[in-house]
Design a protein around this ligand. Structure first.
Ligand SMILES: Cc1cc2nc3c(=O)[nH]c(=O)nc-3n(C[C@H](O)[C@H](O)[C@H](O)COP(=O)(O)OP(=O)(O)OC[C@H]3O[C@@H](n4cnc5c(N)ncnc54)[C@H](O)[C@@H]3O)c2cc1C
Ligand code: SF4
Length: 577
């Protein structure tokens, strides 16, 4: 029996374990395996293989059961009541990449739109691919303003890792030379259309500080040898990305990091493996592994490694940590500071302005650009001219101009010959600018473990209690006004500012549940993303973010992950882990 146990333990022992296979888990897997560590990736959802498991990638609109894939109201109400609130691409074409809300319950103490994808690749398959660096001011603001805790790193610490990640994933974009939106390693930018160029010319003449650029997007516009060798190809501008891209032209774990990891021969992916807790060895003062519940068979097992990367996404990593109680950690793993689950941030959005753009009725474009335009932050940049007295931090805009109906997913133009005829006619153009605002970290914006409400596996769930506060509300007023000003400056007509309200979660940029910091008394992770109280556990998804910036965050998670692996492998070589 002892022999059997030893054999079983050896079979379940790896150099490293990665929890989750989404954007951050994919990066951890690639870096660890490329550095020679036998690595086990534990993923709670089913396997999704690149190309072969993208069932709708090449389906034509008329071949879906429902017109243009629009799910019936009863199905949305029964299975996706939360995610349907967000207005994101939850259709017959993509629903297999979203969890069913009714199957994965959580409790909203206040409204929280939690958007999730539980499968190999996580939300890297359905993300919007907007890819921006955090700026030096983002890493300095907490300390300067006395908000939250100071980041233990600065932009210079992350800059080489941004370079490293961008080179691998491929980011198309335009260099702008702005301090608040550092340039990166870019492939050729996509083009702005005629209405966007008109907005740029006229709005920048009136508001020079409000730069308008093409979105920076993780799409290959000029693939490198390395990307081609992975089987990835140039973007075909189909804009069907959320179905999975058969060209591997946008960055996902499935098309890029996991492929690279697999090629090393050091990777093992175990789908249907819900990590329920971390195993802590009191004697060694280290985590020795994780407990896993098989989502298909219900069987419980343990896996062991000397290095553990928690990459289950911000809220799920908090769940794993809070659910990992022991004599040493009665309050949750590495949680002496009581900061696990606190300081939750997202970006607030659904606000801005739209307008009609007359004068372009005879203009056409070809292709379906999977991208929009971007207006980098232009408030509170550290000088008098941009300073606001009513709020701190800032926002950016994402938006674009187009001709209604040119996107093949849009309804309203009929089908078949009727639609083709309508699209062949010149027509009106519309434009919009939608704000993405920074939220501050508030200690009582919080996720807690709920033992009353269990999921289908009998596991406790989360209660989310998160709300926007005064700073965000003051910023939102400005976000509306400034967008309308820009559209008016361009001479567009029927300019309408809007505020549709923004429940936390709606930005799908959850962050902060195990913040980085200098002091173990007030933070969970150190400057290398290691748990202060247990250095062989690294948490490198959005949990570690000490502030949110206003830019989309996934690039920063990837850079933090690559940097943390470099640290872990070097510590392991020195015998410190
Ligand atoms: C529609 C949409 C648009 C978006 N657009 C953008 C954008 O333009 N730019 C941007 O920067 N970001 C965008 N995002 C956000 C982006 O997808 C996330 O920031 C990113 O995926 C987070 O990476 P992650 O590794 O932390 O989590 P995920 O990618 O969500 O991966 C986490 C993985 O862990 C698994 N997991 C969870 N719990 C466990 C457990 N207990 N055991 C084992 N496995 C577990 C999950 O199943 C999942 O596969 C968007 C998201 C969505 C949904
Ligand atoms: S637009 Fe580009 S990335 Fe998106 S599905 Fe088409 S080829 Fe793939």
């Amino acid at each position: 029996m002892a022999n059997l146990n030893a054999k079983w333990a050896a079979e379940n022992t790896y150099d490293a374990i990665v929890v989750g296979s989404g954007i951050s888990g994919g990066w951890a897997a690639k870096e660890l395996t490329e550095k020679g560590l036998k690595t086990l990736v534990l993923e709670r959802g089913p396997m999704v293989r690149h190309i072969e498991d993208y069932p709708t990638a090449t389906t034509d609109p008329w071949d879906f059961k429902y017109p243009l894939g629009k799910l019936p109201a009863e199905e949305l109400k029964a299975h996706y009541p939360v995610q349907n609130r967000t207005g994101y691409a939850l259709t017959e074409m993509t629903k297999h990449f979203f969890v069913r809300d009714d199957e994965e319950p959580y409790t909203e103490a206040k409204p929280f739109d939690w958007v999730r994808g539980y499968h190999v690749g996580g939300r890297s398959l359905i993300w919007g691919r907007q890819t921006y660096r955090h700026a030096p001011i983002d890493f300095e603001a907490n300390a300067r303003e006395g908000v939250g805790v100071d980041w233990p790193i600065r932009y210079a610490d992350l800059a080489p890792w941004y370079d490293y990640v961008e080179r691998f994933i491929g980011v198309s974009g335009q260099k702008e030379g702005l301090a608040q939106l550092p340039d990166g390693v870019f492939q050729p930018p996509m083009e702005m259309n005629c209405v966007e160029l008109a907005l740029k010319a006229k709005s920048e003449a009136r508001f020079p500080e409000r730069r308008i650029t093409i979105g920076r997007a993780a799409h290959l516009t000029k693939p490198t040898e390395e990307q081609l060798a992975l089987g990835r190809g140039q973007c075909q501008s189909r804009n069907l990305c959320a179905r999975g891209c058969p060209f591997g032209a946008y960055f996902s774990s499935n098309s890029a990091t996991l492929v690279a990891a697999e090629r090393t021969g050091n990777l093992k992916i175990r789908p249907a493996s819900i990590v329920t807790s971390l195993i802590f060895d009191e004697r060694k003062g280290r985590a020795t592994g994780v407990r896993v519940l098989d989502a298909t068979t219900g069987q419980e097992s343990e896996f062991y490694a000397s290095v553990i990367f928690l990459c289950a996404s911000t809220l799920n990593s908090a769940w794993v940590m809070l659910n990992s109680t022991s004599k040493r950690f009665p309050n949750g793993f590495g949680n002496a500071s009581d900061q696990v689950g606190r300081n939750l941030m997202d970006h607030h959005l659904n606000i801005g302005a739209q307008a009609q753009a007359p004068g372009f009725e005879d203009m056409y474009y070809s292709g379906r650009r999977p991208n929009g335009i971007y207006v980098p932050r232009f408030r509170n940049l550290g000088d008098k001219a941009t300073q606001r007295s009513d709020y701190v931090r800032g926002f950016g805009y994402q938006g674009g101009a187009g001709r209604a109906g040119w996107n093949r997913n849009l309804t309203g133009l009929g089908l078949g010959a009727e639609r083709k005829a309508a699209l062949s006619q010149p027509g009106p153009w519309a434009i919009h600018l939608g704000g993405f605002g920074e939220t501050l970290p508030y200690a009582d914006n919080r996720a807690t473990l709920n033992h009353e409400v269990k999921d289908k596996h009998g596991l406790p769930t989360l209660t989310l209690n998160v709300s926007l506060r005064e700073n965000e509300h003051a910023m939102r007023k400005d976000m509306q006004v400034a967008a309308a000003e820009m559209l008016e400056a361009a001479g567009f007509k029927n300019v309408a500012a809007y505020d549709l309200g923004s429940a936390p979660g709606n930005g799908i940029h959850e962050m902060g549940s195990a913040r980085m910091g200098r002091d173990p008394k007030t933070s969970v992770l150190n400057a290398h993303s290691q748990v202060h109280e247990c250095p062989n556990v690294y948490v490198t998804d959005g949990s570690g973010m000490a502030s949110a910036s206003c830019v989309n965050p996934s690039l920063t998670y990837m850079a933090l992950t690559a940097r943390a692996v470099d640290h872990a492998v070097s510590e392991r070589r020195k015998g410190n882990l």
